[in-house]
Design a protein around this ligand. Structure first.
Ligand code: ADP
Ligand code: ZN
Length: 738
């Protein structure tokens, strides 16, 4: 007999709290149910995650009650949330909080009464016998074939609700609860637009057919299998997704489609809805209330497909039959605050637990995914050509070293790029210019040859240490003097990278007077609608040149673009991150994929000072397989993922000394655990040394086996830091090491 419930309360704590189940609730309490519990002097909502008969705590309090119409979490989902909390070493309450939109959590999705005609109600003859009030109601309902909200109906007919109730008792109408009318009429999810499903004007090509058949057979069985759908940009991956989702629907099952947040433009959403019918949309740019409605529709099985960003991996799709993660290499799938889960990995795990297929799509798969293919865990399906038969863009690499030596050091634009832009504009075609502004000025690099000073042990670019006469590794903390000459080209002016990126729009304006230029980056885009407006202007040809950060690299399909220019392909290479080469190659391939998607062929210009770097070579061939080999040997040697596991422990404090001391004591504690397989790097100042007024020190925990890494990380997490003011964050499988 279970008498104790373990209740997760959404606060950052690992363990749920134990409560006694009062006699009156004995047969109603089950895992997943939302309850109200006494919490300190107050009451809080929580979720029952487990039932048990004993608790280590002697004096337990009683559960107050079950939240009426609370958001119950289905067993399959609860199981996934539990796994997530355990894997990422965070509180299950936090994970629940992240999985459920706020109004669902706090039970603020109100429902209203609706009335609809039954088949009898539609046919019954409205004779004089029928009392006037009831006749009015029936006539009113017959005017539009859709359900009416009760309140409006009685208002419009100037009757009370009693005739409606009488009609319901006689089986002529049905009264039911559903979401309020601002979310559309129940049973008509298209919200007024037509549900005519558009079929494509083409047949899938052979490679698409092969991929669709493979994946569909796993959907039909169903069986778990993760497929890496590796297809160049424009190879028609979306068509494969759509047909596989259709297969799931035919089987009466649901589907979950994840897109990176930034790709969730109305344009992308339309591509799916046109072909699949109603989908529930879940992403953070939607108002909470709307997200909640979509969520409820899924939970009630009214809509079978969820389309969303990261947190949609927890969407309550009923009878889930397939999970798709588009652009699966995107680091935005990793949440950068607690719970720090990676939606791609959670997606694979969810599919595995359900026994259904998972599809990871990408033109530039991550090293982790490629390694999983090599180990036979994932099956790779390739799409090698652009679906519409258009050739991939040609890529031209411009070596900027010569110009760097000249007077003025060369501006942002090389002469060949300026010429190309001019020629493109003259042909009335469009230009996309890409500048990765996330690079920062602190790495030590040679302005003439582009050489980056790197740590011998960790192979990441070194950064300036305070006082600037020394350099430091942001992983292991080693210091080194800064050489007086570049070790590669002997140039004596080895120095800080000049930022000089702000005035790009200005330079363009003076280079090309009268040309319409727009900018797309995090400063100009604060909402989907702003972004859509900028992209629409570009798509409509109003804007001739669009300048942007990595946001422009992703997923946008603008046929008029024939020239893509990457102003400084090296910026990302200089980031102190072991993934910098991989990220650079991925980003450059993605950007190159934006060119020549329409009638005219595309051309890409990459400006660099390191044209021999393998990341650039791969990008210029638009082939990441070469990268795999080069990069793999480094990762293997240094046991970085995918050849080892990593966790990051970050210590932040307003007082620099306290941050350092807390980090040192934690590092010491971890080193004293003396795990032979586990390596502790640091503490070292994080590449971003200070953020929002806090000094940041970090340590990396590295291990070939996951078990020992978890043990050490968990111990460090349980430790009180040296200073109470220090904030400690643990990140399992970190993507961002800045
Ligand atoms: P990806 O997602 O791989 O970058 P998309 O799915 O966006 O590629 O497809 C690129 C374009 O090719 C789209 O306009 C799509 O409608 C079209 N397309 C897809 N498959 C085919 C096909 N078999 N034949 C012709 N055009 C296709
Ligand atoms: Zn180092």
């Amino acid at each position: 007999m279970t008498s104790i419930a373990r209740v997760a309360v959404p606060i950052p704590l690992h363990e749920p709290f134990d409560y006694r189940i009062p006699e009156s609730l004995k047969d109603k309490i089950r895992p997943g149910i939302q309850v109200l519990v006494p919490f300190g002097p107050t009451k809080r909502h929580g979720w029952v995650v487990d039932l048990t008969d004993h608790s280590p705590h002697p004096r337990l309090r009683d559960i107050d009650g079950i939240v009426a119409q609370g958001a119950e979490i289905e067993a399959e989902l609860l199981d996934l949330l539990r796994w997530t909390a355990d894997y990422y070493l965070c509180g299950i309450g936090e994970v629940i909080e992240c999985a459920l939109p706020r109004p669902v959590r706090t039970r603020r999705v109100r429902t209203v009464r609706w009335v609809k005609l039954t088949p009898e109600g539609k046919q019954v003859e409205l004779t004089r016998e029928v009392p006037e009030a009831r006749r009015k109601v029936l006539e009113h309902l017959r005017q539009s074939a859709t359900p009416r909200q009760m309140q409006r109906l009685v208002d419009e007919c100037s009757v009370s609700d009693s005739p409606v109730k009488t009609l319901a008792r006689r089986g002529l109408v049905e009264i039911f609860d559903a979401l309020p009318p601002e979310f559309g009429t129940p049973g008509c999810e298209d919200n007024g637009s037509s549900t005519v499903l558009i079929s494509p004007s083409f047949d899938p090509n052979q490679q698409q057919i092969d991929a669709i058949e493979k994946i569909s057979s796993s959907v039909s069985k169903p069986e778990y299998q993760t497929y890496l759908l590796h297809g160049v940009t424009g190879s028609g991956k979306t068509e494969v997704y759509i047909r596989c989702v259709q297969r799931a629907l035919e089987m009466g099952r649901g589907a979950l489609v994840l897109l990176p947040e930034i790709a969730l433009t109305p344009q992308a959403v339309e591509r799916f809805t046109e072909r699949l019918g109603p989908v529930a949309i879940l992403h953070s740019m939607l108002p909470d209330s709307e997200r909640a409605v979509h969520y409820e529709r899924l939970r009630q099985g009214e809509v079978k497909i969820a389309l969303g960003a990261r947190s949609a991996v927890f969407a309550p799709v009923t009878d889930l039959g397939i999970i798709i993660v588009d652009e699966s290499h995107e680091s935005s799938y990793k949440q950068e605050n607690s719970p720090r889960y990676h939606a791609r990995d959670v997606a694979v795990m969810r599919a595995h637990r359900l026994g259904v297929p998972c599809v990871l799509g990408s033109a530039t798969p991550s090293m982790e995914s490629l390694e999983n293919v090599r180990r036979g865990r994932f099956e790779r399906l390739r799409l090698d050509e652009r679906a519409n038969g258009r050739p991939l863009a040609t890529v031209e690499v411009i070596d900027r070293r010569a110009e760097a030596k000249s007077v003025g050091g060369g501006g942002l634009f090389s002469i060949p790029l300026i010429d190309r832009i001019r020629a493109t504009l003259e042909r009335d075609e469009q230009v996309l210019l890409f500048l990765n502004r996330r690079g920062f000025a602190r790495n030590i690099h040679c302005p003439r040859c582009g050489f980056n000073l790197r740590c011998h042990q960790c192979d990441i670019p070194l950064t300036f240490h305070k006082g600037k006469s020394r350099s430091q590794c942001n992983y292991c903390g080693e210091h080194r003097p800064i050489p007086s000459k570049c070790p590669d080209c002997q140039f004596t002016g080895i120095q800080q990278r000049s930022p000089g990126t702000e005035r790009i729009e200005d330079s363009l304006n003076s280079l090309f007077p009268g040309v319409k230029i727009d900018r797309l980056d995090r400063d100009t885009v604060t909402s989907t609608s702003r972004m859509e407006a900028i992209l629409r202007r570009f798509r409509d040809g109003e804007t001739q040149i669009l300048v942007g950060t990595q946001m422009v690299a992703k997923g946008h399909d603008i046929p008029g673009v024939t020239l893509v220019g990457v102003l400084d392909a090296d910026i990302a290479l200089g980031l102190p991150d072991f993934r910098s080469a991989e990220r650079t190659a991925q980003l450059l391939c993605q950007v190159a994929g934006r060119a020549g998607r329409g009638e005219s062929p595309g051309h890409v210009v990459l400006q660099t000072k390191q044209p021999e770097h393998y990341a650039l070579c791969c990008a210029s061939r638009q082939d990441l397989d070469g990268l795999l080999d080069e990069e793999d040997s480094i990762r293997r040697m240094l046991k970085y993922p995918p050849h080892g596991h990593l966790a990051r422990l970050l210590c932040e404090d307003e007082d620099e000394k306290k941050a350092r001391e807390s980090a040192m004591s934690l590092a010491e504690m971890m080193k004293e655990m003396n795990h032979p397989e586990v390596e502790i790097l640091g503490p070292a100042p994080a590449p971003i040394e200070r953020l929002r007024g806090r000094f940041r020190q970090h340590m990396l925990i590295k291990s070939v086996e996951r078990g020992p890494l978890r043990e050490v990380a968990r111990a460090a997490q349980a430790q009180k830091p040296r200073w109470a003011s220090t904030r400690i964050t643990l990140d399992i499988d970190p993507q961002n090491l800045l």
